[in-house]
Design a binder for this molecule. Structure first.
Ligand code: COA
Length: 214
């Protein structure tokens, strides 16, 4: 681990030009770390295809942040999608519905995120997802700074609420410390995927949806 402070890094909006780098970053530092998504890794090409679809979808809203080190290497990400009545920036459903793990994830995401607009009684909110920091740069406040900057973007849009779905108890603790309120959760401790023999492990034992009024 180096001794950089987060001020030395460049935080900037991601554009379509960052697509390939962002997909590779998400795949390595988020998808392979998050247990429900680890199930996808059985078929690497399909997994990267899904990562790419999610990243492309988020980049369209021009609200996702990448963090780069002094050599220009991407070291962190926070992808934000705008959710309105007309456009829901949720998990990409549909084309993989025959795959068992994907059905499970889709059901889980739908349970957690399907009716947020009504539950928050709003027409628009910004949802932060795929928050990840390269292991060499963790524990120095980069995730927290990404969350703060995402909130600034949400305020400017303007959105009344920031919403996050935290699947690690590190991020759950982080969001609670930053004033986020728990809305609902799904506990997947003990969930066993019969197709791939995968069991979620700490720190990923539940998904919690939090919101913050901005
Ligand atoms: C979770 C993750 C994004 C945190 O990034 P980070 O830059 O290291 O986080 P920060 O330094 O900004 O810390 C933010 C808060 O998270 C919590 N936290 C982060 N890492 C932690 C750890 N290893 N143990 C305990 N708490 C931790 C702390 O509450 C911390 O605040 P504090 O330092 O004031 O106590 C990073 O560990 C990661 O990329 N993990 C793999 C992908 C992932 O799980 N993403 C989240 C899915 S929702």
């Amino acid at each position: 681990m180096s001794n950089h402070s987060q001020n030395e890094f460049e935080f900037r909006l991601l554009t379509e030009d960052d697509l390939e780098v962002a997909v590779a970053f998400v795949h390595k530092n988020y998808t392979l770390k998050e247990p429900l998504r680890q199930m996808i890794t059985k078929d690497v090409e399909q997994c990267i295809g899904i990562d790419k679809k999610r990243v492309v979808e988020k980049l369209r809203d021009n609200a996702s942040i990448g963090v780069f080190n002094e050599s220009g290497k991407m070291i962190a990400s926070g992808f934000c999608g705008l959710n309105t009545r007309a456009q829901k920036s949720l998990c990409c459903h549909g084309d993989h519905s025959s795959v068992q793990w994907f059905r499970y994830i889709s059901t889980l995401v739908e349970t957690l995120e399907g009716s947020l607009m009504d539950e928050l009684n709003t027409d628009k909110f910004l949802m932060l997802s795929m928050l990840a920091v390269d292991p060499d740069y963790q524990r120095r406040g980069i995730a927290k700074e990404l969350v703060k900057r995402s909130e600034d973007i949400a305020r400017k849009l303007p959105c009344e609420y920031m919403v996050v779905n935290a699947s690690s108890f590190y991020t759950q603790k982080c969001f609670e410390n930053m004033g986020y309120v728990k809305l609902k959760s799904v506990d997947y401790e003990g969930y066993f995927d019969p197709a791939l023999n995968v069991v979620p492990k700490p720190p990923h034992l539940s998904c919690v949806v939090y919101y913050k009024k901005l």
